[in-house]
Design a protein around this ligand. Sequence first.
Ligand SMILES: [Zn+2]
Length: 424
Amino acid sequence: MRINALPSGNGFSFTISHAPEKSLARAGTISTPHGDVATPAFIPVGTKATVKAVLPETMKELGAQALLSNAYHLYLQPGPDVLDEAGGLARFMNWPGPTFTDSGGFQVLSLGVGFKKVLAMDAQTFRSDEVVAGNKERLAHVDDEGVTFKSHIDGSMHRFTPEVSMQVQHKIGADIIFAFDECTTLHNTRRYQEKALERTRAWGIRCLDEHQKLTLERSQKPYQALYGVIQGAQYEDLRKKAATDMAALRSSDPDNPIAFDGFGLGGALDKKTLGTILTWMNEILPAEKPRHLLGIGAPEDLFVGVENGIDTFDCVLASRIARTSAVYTMEGRFNLSNAANRRAFEPIDAECDCYTCTHYTKAYLHHVFRGKEIIAATLATIHNERFIVRLVDQMRAALIAGDYFDFKAEFMGRYKHLSGQARD
Ligand SMILES: [Zn+2]
């Protein structure tokens, strides 16, 4: 019996080039049929096959190596068949590189139901195992087979199962796709977390089976790597169990049991314990497979991720806050629409090499934000995405140079941090 017998030469691989001792951090390269990603890397989010307000060409120029879209949103609109006919996500959106899609597990629950706030790190007010919206109407029902949910666009009813998620993600055609999971919140009861974890494990096998079947059926298409998702909330035993279980999971084909190509670390994560929780999982997960931290992207959290063994990150925070005039600098975050910037004829961050900082002043950005001009979102998003992409690139360079912790100390000594976890 062969274990993890993925077709060799399928175009997907992960190699680690540097792994400093006394830390789980590593630098390496993920190779996909659409190109390579030097890791650790920040993967900007284009939820609906677009990074809002910014051209894909510009995303490439500012250093993005890959983009992450969402299966739930693309399933509702334009529909997976359209992406399949278009030649897959990358070609459809004119992105000349690797792509990821999130499975939709998080979104069918959070957007179908409105518990998004509970997943945010600062949420404190919600405690229930019932999946309900603010208006108490149940919009998503989870059972052992899958999730039935109401579209956030038009209220129509839909059902996602592990098989549907795989079918949708195969048609969308991203290089890296995620298994369908049940994402819980920090406020679910322990008993419910256990139940959800077992459900996610069972769904993992069904995802592997469907993925294996679709990979064979669609063998003329570029290979798609499937990542299993590790949940377990804030519980050490559950996180460790999930990591152990998902690492050992195989498809049910007795002749060719396939394993996950990598892992997504998901769920609500408390900022204070993020590093500890990542360590629980990453000490167990096989070192030779890539690990993606779902939905985390604030600068201080990226450091915690990198030094605890994360290879790739995605987060909508950089672009979402940009559209509200909030921008990152080496000194921390500030709002361009603040009156103090009205006559600030200098770049957002003098040390930033982005197109916005090399061509525009804070005074101009202040003006276009106050005037609600569309260009404001474009310019601020370019800066924020460049800031985060570059920061993780700098971490990678420091890992390779052997001075990661010096780089971190220097950055954190200046940077005033705020919270940030966000998935679309
Ligand atoms: Zn900039």
